[in-house]
Design a protein. Sequence first.
Length: 175
Amino acid sequence: MRKTSELTLILGGARSGKSRHAEELAHQQSRPVLYVATCRSVNLDTEMQARIERHRADRPSHWQTVENCFDLKTIFASYPQHLVLLDCLTLWLGHQSEVLANEAEILAELENGWEAMHSCGGHAIVVSNEVGMGIVPEYADVRAFRDLCGRANQLTARIADRVSFMVAGLPLKLK
């Protein structure tokens, strides 16, 4: 019997309601929830530390949380019965940009993570920022990161079962 996996991608801009919507969807699931927080929790400024504390306080106490772990293959293999809520792909990409050599390696690592999810019959809700709707950044490294985010979102949307775009707290169904 083939294991059935399921992937939901929630895209949107800053403060569009992505995380809230993802958490609402997670509450509707019968599986236990594993919240994968992709923002490093060390060496951060005061405002970012406060954001992390707000996110921690807002999560239900019965949800498990993984912080400072960026290996998607290991996460899906270790929690095959859980719904993995990954918040957010953009910060995961930022981390990978610091440890991998180039965009091709980062996208391959992402694709390997989704393949691991499918092979173990995993379920995931992924939050990601749509960063390509603004002006063209002045600096090459910022443009490269914007392009990486766009390509990673496309890769994830292509294999996702459902894709929503959040605007002003409202989900628009894309797929």
